[in-house]
Design a protein around this ligand. Structure first.
Ligand code: ATP
Ligand code: MG
Length: 836
């Protein structure tokens, strides 16, 4: 592959038409092909289901052996089932993709000489992209211009510290070699830590280095607890199905029934048993949840995260913006004696002014405090801010004097100082007594709730051309800058609401303990334990795991430590949410079960998060969490129905083959039964969930499902056998009448039981969604009417006697009451071990 001819200048970029041409040639800049495949392809993919294929094959065989109309009906029913599933899932997929687009990461790219913000997928080789701190590098690129440009490429090289990249002397006309450690190339998936640059894209999409090794933050996240649960459930059902199918096949063959019909019957049974709508119900409920959350200003990037929100029992959050207003003001700038000092402000201002990294809210506050004349100062170099050092240095020059100005976390700054400046401006040695005094000043500022930065400087020889980390030593302490970040009045209440809903909130911050404690006290948040980064560093993972439960305040932790905390909580079996917006939060956002960020967060954070809040507000998050639980509740209803009632019916069917001289239902009738049942479930994702079902985090519990199945399943079978008996005895039913009667009974029972199962309450005290009621009743009526329509002959039905409907009503009342009783008994027993 060759690099397209380079563009003439770094200030023009491609023209729009050139870009369009290249987009067509090279494809979109994304790692995987478009998720939304063409509708037709998706539809075809549904036929990959082996059961569907076997059914269609068997139908063709039966067509060849003479039963043409039977085969036709089977094929029509199969295609209708597949289409039903497909339409729902496809629409859900479309809606989800549209939502994700709302918060897609964009890049600033030059087209026709003007900067445009475009989604990264639209970038092409040859584009000139403008990068600044906090941006993600959208593709592999050559650096054309750079200013103190540091990138973090840990994702590719594992190197945790930022590396500096410089402009390339000449841009190669053809594909140059791409070396990860080349000083003039940057790579997709890295992020800009500080500085700014113009880069020329070379390799996009899957031809990038990242695409070639095929790992990325955007890569498919490990399966969520919910996905693992659904999978386990699928395996359980598959085993049962296999057993039952083999059993009926054997019985039928032993009873010398025709092989083809027995086979079709067994496969139809398997179709009836598989909860084939589960994926559809899951994706539709999730999308619906996502849309409702969008209305609450929560944009879900990965729908399955909604389930995790519902299951989340620990939420870790940063401090700024969540607990505080994030309207930071510089209140004081004091010298070593604690007196206001203009020199301290000047040093802080120059540091912030010339710093080229991502401006933190603290920098904004300093710059907003007041204009200070920076003329005459020239910047020579910079050691950009990072969350390990927690400080930033700039090397400045004025009137042939060079100075290194440093500001950062006071504890660390003080350790680097050997001198201090007294109020008169004279430099003195920092002896033990002065250090004690200055530390006391820092303590008292912190106690008052100020966020404090230490300001220091040192003269640097004229021939010193660069600033490096090791220069940050033997500094002169100038003073403190103290900031106020008022606590958010609503945060205390929001935290309490979370706690009441069974979610423990933990504060994980890079800020120091005193300030954070102060905020907690003001908000009335009880502190149950504190762990600092220093303590954490000396703990191994086991020791950390033992502490994470009761500690709810983690202070002065760096990005890697934040991540360790999340991992420890996950190892303890918690479903962990993490909310943050900085570069320092990106690893944790990715590791957590649900990463939550905000719309104005840096790209790396937005990219790593599964959910984006348009407003950083815990109350909104709480509402989203309830939505997650509601989604879970509706999926659970489907599963409980599938396992108890639907499964019970199919089980009875298999058992009936043992003693009936004929097949209890024709294969096509089983398929029709299944299709009608599916139709009745379409509205399930719309259903309401009772308030009491939303009070705790919701998690898969196979034990719960199994117990429920064992409680309700037998009731279902009991009534099936009662129906068999009555049909044979009371109505002296022949094959056709038996099948017709049972078809209607089994549809009616398995559809109507939703009204009992969907709530823990008395069914009359919990209102189902209108559409669910409507589809359910319509399906039952349709099933009752079918035997009287012209289709009856083709489907193997015969009109039912009026007396049958009397029996049906009696059976239904008996069945539903008994299930209700069983359900109440079941939940009473499960109260001790509540459904988590
Ligand atoms: N612009 C800056 N210049 C110098 N030091 C800084 C700057 N920004 C942050 N720091 C130092 O780094 C520390 C960590 O940063 P910060 O408090 O933003 O971390 P965080 O984990 O994102 O906190 P939060 O939970 O409040 O979001 C700060 O407490 C401060 O000491
Ligand atoms: Mg932060």
């Amino acid at each position: 592959m060759t690099l397209p001819p380079p563009v003439p200048s770094a200030t023009e970029g491609l023209s729009q038409s050139q870009a369009e041409q290249r987009l067509a040639q090279w494809g979109p800049n994304q790692l995987r092909p478009a998720v939304q495949r063409a509708a037709l392809l998706q539809f075809m993919a549904q036929f990959r289901n082996p059961l569907v294929l076997i059914l269609l094959a068997a139908a063709s065989v039966s067509a060849l052996t003479g039963d043409l109309s039977g085969a036709l009906v089977i094929s029509v029913i199969v295609v209708m089932s597949v289409a039903l599933d497909f339409v729902q899932a496809y629409r859900a997929g479309q809606a989800a993709a549209k939502l994700a687009l709302q918060v897609a990461v964009t890049a600033t790219v030059l087209r026709d000489g003007k900067p445009h913000d475009l989604p990264v997928a639209q970038l092409v080789p040859g584009d000139v992209v403008l990068l600044s701190a906090g941006d993600l590098i959208p593709a592999d690129a050559h650096v054309l211009e750079a200013k103190d440009f540091f990138v973090n490429q840990a994702q590719l090289t594992g190197e945790p510290y930022p590396v500096e990249k410089k402009a390339r002397a000449t841009v190669p006309a053809t594909e140059a070699s791409w070396e990860l450690d080349a000083v003039d190339s940057v790579f997709m998936g890295s992020s800009v830590v500080s500085g700014s640059a113009h880069v020329l894209l070379g390799r996009t999409g899957s031809s990038s280095a990242l695409g070639q090794i095929a790992v990325s933050l955007a890569d498919k996240a490990p399966p969520t607890a919910f996905e693992i649960g659904t999978r386990q459930f699928g395996v359980l059902i598959m085993r049962l199905t296999l057993l039952l199918v083999l059993f009926t096949l054997l019985v039928n063959v032993a009873l010398h029934r025709t092989l083809l019909e027995s086979f079709l019957f067994a496969v139809a049974l398997a179709v009836g048993l598989t909860p084939e709508l589960l994926p559809m119900v899951v994706s539709v409920t999730l999308t619906r949840g996502a849309l409702r959350m969008a209305a609450l200003k929560v944009i879900v990037k990965r729908p399955s995260a909604i389930q995790d929100m519902g299951a989340m029992d620990v939420l870790c959050t940063d401090k700024t913006g969540t607990l505080t207003e994030a309207h930071i003001r510089l209140e004081r700038h004091v010298d070593a004696d604690g007196r206001e000092n203009a020199e301290v402000l000047r040093l802080a201002y120059l540091n912030s002014y010339f710093e080229s990294g991502l401006k933190s809210p603290l920098d904004d506050a300093i710059l907003a405090h007041g204009e200070i004349d920076a003329t005459g100062w020239a910047k020579i170099d910079e050691v950009p801010f990072d969350f390990e050092r927690r400080r930033v240095s700039v090397l400045l020059e004025k009137d042939a004097q060079r100075q290194l100005l440093v500001k950062g976390a006071p504890e660390d700054i003080l350790k680097l100082c050997t001198h201090f400046q007294d109020p008169s401006g004279t430099t003195q040695t920092l002896d033990a007594a002065s250090l004690l005094r200055i530390n006391a000043l820092f303590d008292s500022l912190s106690e008052e709730g100020f966020r404090v930065l230490g300001i220091a400087w040192k003269p640097v020889p004229q021939d010193h051309p660069h600033a490096v980390i090791s220069d940050e030593s033997a500094l002169v302490f100038a003073g403190f800058a103290a900031f106020l970040d008022p606590p958010k009045a609503s945060a205390g209440q929001a935290l309490q609401t979370m706690a009441d809903s069974g979610v423990a909130v933990k504060i994980v911050t890079g800020d120091n303990e005193r300030v954070t404690r102060h905020v907690c006290t003001q908000l009335g948040i009880a502190i149950t334990g504190v762990l600092t980064g220093t303590e954490l560093a000396s703990m191994n993972d086991d020791a950390l795991r033992a502490r994470v439960e009761d500690v709810n305040l983690f202070c002065r932790v760096n990005p890697a430590q934040k991540n360790r905390i999340i991992l420890a909580l996950k190892a303890r079996g918690h479903v962990v949410g993490y909310m943050g917006d900085g570069i320092n939060d990106a690893p944790s956002l990715h590791t957590a079960d649900v990463g939550i960020s905000v719309d104005d967060a840096v790209d790396v954070a937005k990219q790593a998060a599964a959910m984006i809040l348009l407003e950083k507000d815990l109350m909104v998050l709480h509402a989203g969490m309830l939505e997650g639980r509601r989604t879970f509740g509706n999926v659970m209803k489907y599963i409980m129905m599938a396992t108890s009632s639907n499964f019970g019916n199919m089980f009875s069917m298999a058992a009936a083959t043992l003693f009936l001289p004929f097949l209890p239902m024709l294969p096509l009738q089983i398929l029709l039964n299944n299709l009608l049942y599916d139709v009745s479930e379409i509205a399930l994702p719309l259903d309401e969930v009772d308030a009491e079902d939303l009070t705790r985090p919701k998690r898969w519990d196979m034990g719960f499902i199994r117990d429920f199945m064992l409680t309700i399943g037998p009731i279902s079978s009991l009534f099936d056998f009662l129906t068999f008996y009555l049909l044979l005895r009371l109505f002296q039913a022949d094959e056709t009448l038996f099948r017709t009667g049972w078809f209607v009974e089994s549809i009616a029972t398995q559809v109507l039981v939703i009204f009992v199962i969907r709530t823990r309450r008395n069914p009359l005290r919990s209102h189902p969604n209108r559409w669910l009621t409507l589809t359910s009743l319509a399906v039952v009526l349709a099933a009752m009417a079918l035997p009287f329509t012209p289709l009856a002959g083709m489907l193997g039905f015969t009109p039912l006697p009026a007396a049958f409907f009397g029996l049906l009503i009696a059976l239904l009342v008996g069945y539903l009451s008994l299930v209700e009783g069983g359900k109440q008994w079941f939940y009473r027993r499960h109260i001790q071990t509540p459904r988590a």
